[in-house]
Design a protein around this ligand. Structure first.
Ligand SMILES: Nc1ncnc2c1ncn2[C@@H]1O[C@H](COP(=O)(O)OP(=O)(O)OP(=O)(O)O)[C@@H](O)[C@H]1O
Length: 263
């Protein structure tokens, strides 16, 4: 059997400034009426880096991401994306920001009545407002090739497996070449082999498009394959940070509990 790919942190063609910070978070706090959800979150995401966030259900992972894209307003702390304070952005600036950030939701969220090609054309014509059909065809074919699904170009989502739909969802997000990718449980609901394929694809897309990513997952195989760096969240704070190998040996019981099934 082929050995699974693993993130070595090496970039194939480092055209970008090494160590450039794309997301800077310091002392982030967010309360809801009866609950302090984010108590003190700080991290920097660097260009081209895959950062995995591990944490129990309800620890505040999704709330952190919702603050980053300006869907939720933090109560305190610094939060800059590409050097700009998110909380100070107006609607236009937020719209611009969101064009540079791709989300991959659990469902993949494809339009059922559209073919794969039409699903992929949609962000090009609606978001990027492209008109040149040759350019559109080229982009659609390139991204489908990257996810290994060129043969499925004229199929409807209903004719694809769950793993294939997830691949098309990833292709549809990547087609606008977002500089930052946010993955919320990308392998949930998939069998182990398909999960591994999706994880390897996330790694492949990082290398091909030089994206910076935050990956929320409980799938430790996905963590092992994709992560340059892992942060562990518990009760609204980060309690540990390191590589897979480092955290696997952690003395902290909560941190180690994530790794017990795979060691
Ligand atoms: N809009 C909201 N209003 C009130 N409470 C919220 C809101 N969004 C999230 N919460 C609460 O914040 C806490 C953290 O939620 P969050 O979705 O960030 O957890 P999570 O770590 O992503 O969990 P999971 O792994 O289950 O997705 C939960 O107690 C949740 O109920």
């Amino acid at each position: 059997m082929k050995a699974a790919a693993q993130n070595t942190g090496d970039q194939e063609t480092p055209e970008f400034k090494k160590d450039e910070v794309v997301i800077h978070v310091k002392g982030l706090k967010k309360d809801f009426i009866d609950k302090k959800v984010l108590k003190n979150i700080s991290f920097d995401l660097k260009r081209g880096e895959n950062m995995v966030v591990l944490g129990k259900s309800g620890s505040g992972k999704s709330v952190t991401i919702e603050c980053i894209v300006g869907m939720l307003k933090p109560d305190a702390g610094d939060l800059t994306v590409f050097g700009k304070e998110v909380t100070a952005m107006n609607d236009d600036e937020l719209k611009q920001l969101r064009m540079k950030i791709g989300f991959l939701f659990q469902s993949g969220a494809l339009y059922d009545s559209m073919t794969v090609r039409e699903n992929l054309e949609f962000p090009l014509t609606r978001v990027l407002k492209l008109k040149d059909q040759q350019d559109i065809d080229k982009r659609v074919e390139e991204v489908l090739d990257a996810v290994g699904l060129l043969d499925a170009i004229d199929k409807l989502p209903a004719d694809l497996s769950g793993g294939m739909r997830k691949r098309v969802g990833l292709a549809r997000t990547m087609i606008v070449k977002p500089e930052i990718m946010l993955y919320d449980e990308p392998t949930t609901g998939l069998d182990p082999i398909t999960s591994r394929e999706i994880s390897e694809l996330i790694l492949h897309m990082q290398k091909k498009y030089k994206t910076s990513s935050i990956i929320i997952t409980h799938d430790m195989e996905c963590v092992r394959i994709t992560a340059d760096r892992i942060v562990v969240m518990d009760d609204g704070t980060f309690i540990a940070e390191g590589s897979y190998k480092e955290l696997q040996k952690s003395a902290n019981e909560i941190v180690r509990s994530f790794f017990t099934e795979t060691t």
